[in-house]
Design a protein around this ligand. Structure first.
Ligand SMILES: Nc1ncnc2c1ncn2[C@@H]1O[C@H](COP(=O)(O)OP(=O)(O)OP(=O)(O)O)[C@@H](O)[C@H]1O
Length: 250
């Protein structure tokens, strides 16, 4: 589904991603781990169009997408969440979900100015879709609350909900469990599995190894911008080079 081939991204003299290749398989949860500063978020930024790699290819459904703008990547079917929560905190919960649909709404600026019938119908549909998605992630009861009033863990769920609103084929999750308590982590685990059941593949960056071991079908490890290891979670857990990279960083 998504193939990354030999991607290199430099910040001046610093090579944040160094000849990285990996694959996000259809209908699977792929994990990406690595010590702080290993280049994980930079890699997400390459896939989601924030950065254009200096070298390498990003192939999604057979098409090269490196160099696409973020909205084009989103429209193609790749959606993401952020390590730092990125919601409109004063807007209502359901309004934040509608914002995530923008690449799927069809009415033009003129439609918005004059509130045509088409726009009113689209608004109604968007609202109904937002409610369905909020129900799916377990936030329906909070739909009218300001997003900023939600607990940290629930804000993270709302971010996932908003990312789902653009009907992605691949969801990129950047440390979704950060700041979550044990109950919320369990809910996240269940939610990720339900998302995959809907036919959406997931690429997830996460520091919580216990969560990752239970979730990921396959894992990649980055260290100093380079791919250090890949394999099934059980292989990764016992890989001496991976253990060394983590212990060395602490
Ligand atoms: N915009 C930037 N300009 C210059 N250097 C950057 C920029 N963004 C990241 N870096 C550097 O690139 C390297 C990789 O950073 P990145 O944030 O991708 O790591 P990470 O694996 O996501 O780390 P963490 O787990 O701490 O989030 C780090 O050395 C970081 O300081």
């Amino acid at each position: 589904m998504l193939k990354v081939k030999n991607v290199t991204l430099r910040f001046g003299g610093l090579v944040a991603n160094n000849d990285v290749s990996m694959e996000v398989r259809d209908g699977k949860i792929t994990g990406l781990i690595g010590p702080n500063g290993a280049g994980k978020t930079t890699f997400f930024n390459c896939i989601s169009g924030v950065y254009t790699p200096n070298e390498g290819k990003i192939i999604f459904e057979g098409k090269e997408i490196q160099g696409y703008r973020p909205y084009q990547i989103n429209k193609a079917g790749i959606s993401r969440t952020y390590q730092i929560i990125n919601l409109f905190k004063k807007m209502k919960v359901y309004e934040n979900v509608i914002v995530g649909m923008h690449s799927r709404l069809n009415s033009s600026v003129t439609d918005s100015l004059f509130k045509t019938k088409k726009e009113r119908e689209e608004e109604k549909k968007a609202y109904e879709k937002a409610l369905k998605l909020l129900d799916f992630v377990g936030l329906l009861e909070l739909k009218d609350e300001p997003a900023g009033s939600l607990s940290y863990g629930k804000q993270r769920l709302l971010e996932i909900c908003r990312a789902l609103a653009s009907d992605p084929k691949i969801l990129l999750l950047d440390e979704p469990a950060a700041g979550m308590n044990a109950t919320e982590k369990n809910e996240l685990d269940v939610l990720c599995k339900r998302i995959v059941e809907r036919g959406i593949s997931i690429l997830i960056i996460e520091h919580d190894m216990k969560l990752m071991m239970g979730l990921a079908d396959y894992m990649y490890v980055l260290n100093y911008g380079k791919l250090l290891a890949e394999g099934a979670p059980s292989e990764i857990q016992n890989n001496p080079a991976v253990i060394e990279a983590y212990l060395g960083g602490e």
